[in-house]
Design a protein around this ligand. Structure first.
Ligand SMILES: [Mg+2]
Length: 367
């Protein structure tokens, strides 16, 4: 029995109880029964404005069931600090509102704790959210969060740096380095960085030592270690990767020519990369990657500078996360790839969209 309740019973028995005290204790007890939700919002992820996000989120979280708090991040690493504090405050659900960088910061504070991660995807790639079949629409993502269907997923570490989607060396690391320096980070910027980086990129030689296996020496365009199956934007680098199998999927792409690109890109977006003879896959619990020189590797798309040797390891079921109870089935074939590219094009051409919508409205009005 709670000591206060015990004390109160004694007071009632002695006829010295105070009704106000009873009300305060009862209200406090009810308050402690409420679950806690904290949302951590990155105001600069992706290209959309986040000013109205707290009001929008608030509408989906019942006032009588949850104690809720909303925070905007103010500097790199702030999302991790806020999430870390929320874990210490025994917050039940911690919602990351932003892109993969924000999700990574929030989620790494939650690993091996009982706190549950919710994701409202608002970045340029949204890899983890897409891999968990979380809707890209804010309202639908909030509906999924309020279903509170909790699952566990694996997480990985590369020289102690935690990641949930992918880490890698080579071309994707160089692109992440260039992208991190961009002021505006949308799909168009990403595409521009990919092209610019490809023109000057030189493949390197890597030594790859899988657990209990002899070291392999490979000249590669990139080596990616995947927990999730995709980089983000439905670019499936390891389509068969499973976030629950306690294994890392290693994808090694050998040097490619400009003639290989179109095929590789279509296969990446249609989950067909295994058919490509330039790509080799391995599954392992841990591995060591040796590079010729130190430099940037990407951790969930963000560049991190490391030495020549990188040790990568998976930790099974280390993160609790909300995923949809009934995920929407998705099709990844060539026609849907082209309709996706078309949507991407519409997204990055907002001025054109507005003009078209206005002219359509104009036509309707004229009728
Ligand atoms: Mg796995």
């Amino acid at each position: 029995m709670h000591p206060y309740i015990f004390g109160l019973i004694l007071e009632i028995l002695h006829g010295t109880f105070d009704i106000q005290q009873i009300i305060i204790i009862f209200a406090g007890h009810l308050y402690s029964l409420m679950e806690k939700i904290t949302a951590i919002i990155n105001p600069i992820s992706g290209t959309a404005s986040k000013k109205r996000i707290p009001t929008l989120l608030d509408q989906y979280i019942p006032q009588d069931k949850f104690e809720k708090r909303f925070f905007f991040t103010e500097y790199p690493g702030h999302a991790f600090e806020l999430a870390n504090q929320a874990v210490r405050d025994k917050v039940d659900y911690i919602i990351a509102v932003g892109g993969d960088g924000t999700v990574n910061e929030v989620a790494k504070a939650l690993v091996d704790s009982t706190a549950v991660l919710g994701i409202v995807p608002m970045g340029s790639g949204n890899g983890l959210a897409r891999d968990l079949s979380i809707p890209m629409d804010i309202r639908k993502a909030m509906e999924v969060i309020m279903e509170r269907n909790v699952t566990t997923i694996d997480y990985c570490k590369a020289n102690g740096h935690i990641f949930f989607c992918t880490c890698g060396v080579g071309f994707d690391a160089s692109v992440s380095e260039r992208f991190a320096e961009e002021k505006r980070r949308g799909p168009l910027t990403y595409l521009k960085d990919v092209v610019t980086e490809y023109i000057k990129f030189q493949p390197d030689i890597y030594e790859i030592s899988l657990e209990n296996k002899e070291a392999l020496t490979k000249k590669a365009f990139l080596v990616t270690c995947a927990n999730a199956s995709q980089y983000g934007n439905n670019a499936f680098i390891a389509p068969h990767a499973d976030m629950n199998d306690g294994l890392i999927d290693v994808a090694v792409i050998s040097p490619i020519t400009p003639f290989d690109i179109a095929n590789l890109v279509v296969q990446m977006f249609t989950k067909q990369m295994r058919k490509n003879n330039k790509v080799e896959y391995f599954k392992t619990r841990k591995l060591t990657l040796k590079k010729k020189k130190p430099g940037a590797i990407h951790i969930d798309g963000e560049p991190v500078y490391m030495g020549e040797t990188i040790s990568i390891e998976v930790f099974q079921s280390g993160l609790r996360v909300i995923s949809p109870l009934n995920p929407m089935p998705q099709v990844y074939d060539v026609p849907s790839f082209f309709s996706y590219i078309n949507r991407l094009y519409e997204d990055i051409k907002p001025e054109r969209n507005v003009t078209e919508k206005q002219s359509i409205t104009g036509i309707i009005k004229n009728k």
